[in-house]
Design a protein around this ligand. Structure first.
Ligand SMILES: Cc1cc2nc3c(=O)[nH]c(=O)nc-3n(C[C@H](O)[C@H](O)[C@H](O)COP(=O)(O)O)c2cc1C
Ligand code: SF4
Ligand code: SF4
Length: 306
């Protein structure tokens, strides 16, 4: 048995070419599954493996002599590539400038996003770390303004059939189960959305996803680490920013399409393959606004252990 994901339930198969192995031990150091050990100056598969090879690929990535190969769990030696030279990676200053200039953008010019740009965003997001390889993040790509708007309109219709979810009687019943903070959030944040989203849509104003020319939904599977879709969405967002696009994360849709029959039907209509604990929409487009100032932000707390 190996750690299961929606994509694979097998272990990675470790193949060692003893003739090429110089016994440096680098692969042994980076294998946190303890799948590898050195014996008589050569690496071999150990009997102390914790989960079975998870196919993280670290051993292949570090080996100086291509002496180790991993096959299975969606990985193979063909997935390895030469690293770009160090001077081509961005500096802290460049990265910080990108982070600091980003603002949530919800106003877009009338221009669709070129398929090559969408590919670039997705390719960059694929590099995101994941709880456990292979990534169990799924993407729904809505790649035109018309499709994005149609999705929002359908979501509004769906919300109108779900009003009981934010009714006083339901929230009162749920309060002992989900607690005071959730109750406050539902009453003060979620409930107004049920009114504002469809209400504005009827006036022709789309505040669900702002008629963006591109929306991508990042979501998991029943196996996914809940953080994974969010980590991937963040990578996509910054990649898009580096390509000159404006972006905005949208957190309100995902939790409202998880539970119940109507939610399942809605997901099925859009080929959303799973319900999942966490998920996030990101919208992208060429910005119609230009922010002139950055905004200093703070964390709720930063505590260092003595
Ligand atoms: C997880 C998450 C969910 C968000 N959901 C929404 C949303 O549903 N609709 C929206 O207009 N903005 C949404 N935003 C954008 C925030 O409102 C925005 O990040 C915040 O106001 C700060 O502005 P800034 O991104 O320009 O710094 C979301 C942002 C995050 C990180
Ligand atoms: S792929 Fe990862 S888990 Fe498997 S042997 Fe290599 S380092 Fe260990
Ligand atoms: S990193 Fe490569 S050369 Fe070094 S011990 Fe492992 S397999 Fe052998």
């Amino acid at each position: 048995m190996a750690i299961p994901t929606s994509r694979t339930k097998e272990k990675g198969e470790i193949r060692i070419n003893e003739d090429k192995c110089i016994g440096c031990g680098d692969c042994v150091s980076v294998c946190k599954d303890f799948s590898l050990e050195l014996e008589n100056g050569k690496v071999k598969v150990s009997s102390n493996s914790v989960f079975g090879c998870i196919a993280c690929g670290h051993c292949m990535a570090i080996c100086p002599s291509d002496a180790i190969e991993i096959h299975g769990r969606t990985l193979s030696p063909e997935d390895m590539f030469e690293l770009p030279p160090l001077e081509r990676t961005s500096s802290y200053d460049q990265l910080l400038s990108l982070y600091r200039k980003r603002r949530s953008v919800r106003e877009f010019v009338e221009k669709e996003i070129e398929p090559e740009i969408i590919d670039k965003i997705i390719d960059a997001a694929k590099t995101a770390p994941m709880g456990l390889p292979p990534s169990d993040v799924n993407l729904l790509v809505i790649d035109s303004k018309d499709k994005v708007r149609a999705f929002a309109a359908e979501f509004c219709e769906y919300l109108e059939g779900m009003k009981w979810f934010v009714s006083d009687w339901f929230l009162t019943i749920m309060r002992p189960f989900w607690g005071k903070e959730n109750d406050e959030l539902f009453r003060e944040f979620v409930k107004p959305l049920f009114r504002i989203y469809p209400g504005e849509m009827k006036k022709g104003v789309n505040v669900v996803n702002y008629d963006a020319p591109l929306a991508i939904y990042f979501y998991g599977s029943p196996y996914t680490d809940p953080a994974d879709p969010i980590v991937a969405a963040t990578a996509a967002m910054y990649a898009a920013e580096s390509l000159g696009l404006g972006t905005c994360m949208l957190g309100a849709i995902h939790p409202l399409i998880q539970n119940g029959k109507k939610a399942r039907k809605f997901r099925e209509k859009y080929n959303i393959r799973y319900k999942s604990r966490e998920g996030l929409f990101v919208i992208f487009g060429y910005p119609a606004v230009k922010y002139r100032k950055g905004i200093k932000r703070t964390f709720a707390s930063v505590t260092t252990i003595n």
